[in-house]
Design a protein. Structure first.
Length: 436
């Protein structure tokens, strides 16, 4: 497989680079940690490393150094298609280079070969209670596949440490190939007739996902490709990425690790944000019986803030501008369905809410993030089951965290084991600092 040769060719230089950095500069101080950060969820403590993505405060997420606009322009597309192939994105995340169309299609072909779901997986999901949350089903489905892990098999039969990445890559390709089918079956099991729609070997990742979901509307495959690109990775410090990395650092295989990451993504402060954003849009629409005027929306948003509530999807801990992932989805909606009422409302909110936040809450960075609009696009195509939206997020996020996991194995990143302090110890540190 060309992909393996590319990664294997890079590894000697990467390993030498990390070894040199540690040998010469292990004691160099990068950052200072204060008590507020320790109690504040370790926010902004610089203690993780990833070369897959970086959130630039001024330009938004960069995947392997490329902005969202760069990727939409440079990643290869199938002839006649608008949005790049998901296989090309995965190649970029793994190799760090923009692939050719042939290289992107190699990933797509690998996924097709590996996409068949075992019969016991359907049995596991069907055995769960009917009111089980879709994210529980996704996590359970991933975990059920753990018996397929090549890394676990090779590790227990003897495997050199510098070869760990190879079966980790195989596991990651196998798992990412199956995730669209797992997610689509969960959707049909929970909300439709429960029948599994098999993938078509003639179709790419985005087209097959639309097919397996049972969505025939033109353009949903394009939205799937866009959604996967935009949600794939967001540094290593978010809960789903960090949970996946933490579990993987124990040399757990990708099935154990990704299942843990999806459990983190299911939290209301992480992946469920897209549900809250769509819910707020629909509540506004219901309040006015349709689209409000700008002034009506301004007053409604102001009333929301004055009531001690937040406007979901607005304000970002890192970005100092509109999230480019939001802008890409806004452009997609304006091109394909500007007349859709819920999408039009999301667009109107963007025109109004930042001013409300600046004028009345002194929000320094009142710009929307990716969640503020993503649900409205899914809503247009008929995916209106709120609790399924995070499953879509999970399939996409798997692309980033699995590539990070491969490179963590390749570079021998160690078991994570931070040191804890007691409250009394921190009080002593604080008292000493005051007295000095």
């Amino acid at each position: 497989m060309n992909l393996k040769h590319k990664i294997a060719g890079q590894l000697p230089d990467w390993r030498a680079r990390v070894k040199k950095l540690l040998a010469e500069s292990a004691d160099v101080k990068v950052d200072e940690v204060n008590i507020g950060q320790i109690y504040g969820g370790m926010r902004n403590i610089k203690s993780l490393v990833t070369d897959i993505s970086y959130v630039d405060p001024e330009q938004g997420i960069r995947l392997r150094g490329y902005t969202i606009d760069d990727l939409l322009e440079k990643l290869p597309k199938q002839p006649g298609h608008e949005i790049p192939l998901v296989g090309g994105l995965y190649y970029l995340l793994l190799v760090g280079e923009i692939p050719s169309l042939e290289e992107a299609n190699e990933i797509e072909s690998e996924w097709k070969k590996r996409s068949k779901l075992p019969g016991y997986l359907f049995d596991v999901l069907k055995a769960m209670p009917v009111d089980t949350h879709p994210m529980t089903l996704l996590s359970q489905g991933i975990l059920a596949l753990q018996r397929e892990s090549l890394f676990a098999h090779h590790y227990h039969t003897g495997l050199k440490k510098d070869e760990y990445w190879d079966p980790m890559l195989e596991d990651s390709l196998n798992l990412t190939a199956k995730l669209p089918g797992i997610a689509a079956f969960i959707y049909r099991l929970k909300y439709k007739d429960g029948n599994y729609i098999a993938p078509d070997p003639a179709l790419d990742f985005g087209q097959n996902f639309a097919r397996m979901m049972g969505i025939e509307a033109s353009g949903y495959d394009e939205l799937t490709r866009l959604y996967m690109l935009l949600h794939s990775d967001h540094e290593s410090g978010n809960v789903s990425a960090h949970a996946t990395h933490l579990v993987g650092s124990a040399l757990s295989d990708i099935y154990y690790a990704l299942s843990a990451g999806m459990n983190g993504l299911a939290g209301p402060l992480h992946g469920l944000a897209n549900q809250e954003c769509l819910g707020w849009l629909l509540s506004v629409y219901d309040e006015f019986g349709g689209l409000p005027t700008k002034e009506q929306l301004y007053q409604y948003a102001l009333k929301t803030l004055q009531g001690g509530l937040v406007i979901p999807g607005y304000g970002h801990a890192v970005l100092r501008k509109t999230d480019p992932r939001f802008s890409a989805q806004l452009a997609f909606g304006k091109k394909h369905f500007p007349e859709d009422q819920i999408f039009a409302l999301a667009s109107l909110v963007y025109d109004v809410v930042p001013d409300v936040l600046r004028d009345h809450s002194r929000t320094k960075d009142p710009w929307p993030n990716v969640d503020a609009i993503s649900g409205s696009l899914q809503h247009h195509y008929g995916v209106r089951e709120f609790d399924f939206l995070t499953v879509l997020f999970g399939v996409s996020r798997a692309l980033g965290v699995t590539t990070n996991a491969v490179w963590a194995r390749a570079l021998g990143q160690p078991l994570e084991r931070p040191k804890s302090l007691s409250t009394a110890m921190l009080e002593a540190v604080a008292a000493k600092a005051k007295g000095s």
